[in-house]
Design a binder for this molecule. Structure first.
Ligand SMILES: NC(=O)c1ccc[n+]([C@@H]2O[C@H](COP(=O)([O-])OP(=O)(O)OC[C@H]3O[C@@H](n4cnc5c(N)ncnc54)[C@H](OP(=O)(O)O)[C@@H]3O)[C@@H](O)[C@H]2O)c1
Length: 264
């Protein structure tokens, strides 16, 4: 082992809190009005970040802002309206920086592909995929200027394995999101911007009907190695890990949070 590596290994371990803190960093979270997005806002905010939270439902965002208190602002809008990502990045420019971008907004198909109209499919593709590419494109100057930039694309285990539900457009976008994550990590790696994806299994949110369907609950218990559904809070560690210095040598990766569903 080279001498400098030996010296580094013997050096003091960092305070754990330093690795995980986000003080002084600005984070932008899409799909922040409910579920994993709202939870992500709380997690990043609690770690010290200034958070810009967005989604369409202004009342939910206002509630989130009240819960967090200071160091948060909200900007309501439709992420598929080309003007909205512009407004969001302009707001971050006014704040002077963007360090953590969480592309979380997402919707699912509501019927089998053979019953879908083109508009049904485009809605899923526009929210889940096109908006993410657009956010990254517009936020690029800010992210590339940040010394601690981290992009987190919230994908799904259904970007990795098939589901048995009628989710063709959803699965297609989640797979594409994982591929995009790797590609952007390759393009931005040497310029210091890390790009990773989270791939959750079933979490209790509006999207999943809060897992109240007994058949779904049984399927989760049977198919996960942990034999149970997660709590919403079980997104906290993986999200903060990817957002913070704790994952400083990770890029182009997919962190799967599924209780072992895809491992078996
Ligand atoms: N829950 C799970 O089991 C699970 C599993 C794997 C992956 N995921 C992924 O996690 C992410 C969050 O999902 P969730 O489960 O937390 O669902 P959720 O509670 O339904 O949240 C979805 C969020 O996306 C926002 N959104 C939807 N369409 C939008 C649009 N056109 N413009 C702006 N915002 C829009 C919604 O806000 P408004 O309606 O206020 O606009 C909401 O804040 C999604 O990308 C989903 O694919 C979830």
């Amino acid at each position: 082992m080279a001498e400098h590596a030996v010296a580094a290994a013997r050096g003091p371990a960092p305070e754990q809190s330093e690795l995980w803190r986000l003080d002084g960093r600005v984070a932008l979270v899409t799909g922040a009005s409910s579920g994993l997005g709202a939870r992500s806002v709380h997690v990043l905010h609690a770690a010290g970040a200034y958070v810009v939270a967005t989604a369409r439902r202004a009342d939910r965002l206002a509630q989130l802002a009240t819960e967090c208190g200071e160091r948060i602002e909200t900007l309501a809008g439709d992420i598929t309206d080309a003007r909205h990502p512009h407004r969001l990045t302009e707001r971050c420019q006014a704040l002077g920086k963007l360090d953590v971008l969480v592309n979380n907004a997402g919707v699912c198909d509501d019927r089998p592909i053979e019953q879908q109209s083109l508009d049904d499919r485009l809605r899923v593709i526009d929210v889940n995929l096109t908006s993410v590419l657009d956010m990254c494109r517009l936020a690029a100057p800010l992210l590339l200027a940040s010394p601690a930039a981290s992009v987190i694309n919230v994908a799904s285990i259904y970007g990795i394995v098939a589901s048995r539900g009628p989710m063709a457009a959803y699965n297609a976008t989640e797979g594409a999101l994982i591929s995009f994550t790797r590609q952007l990590a390759a393009q931005w790696g040497e310029r210091g911007v890390r790009v990773n994806a989270l791939a959750p299994g079933y979490f209790p949110t509006e999207l999943t009907g809060f897992l109240t369907d007994p058949d779904l609950d049984r399927s989760i218990r049977e198919r996960t190695l942990l034999g149970r559904a997660p709590t919403l809070q079980e997104i906290d560690g993986p999200l903060l890990f990817l957002a913070s210095t704790a994952s400083s040598y990770m890029t182009g990766q997919v962190l799967v949070i599924d209780g072992g569903w895809t491992a078996a």
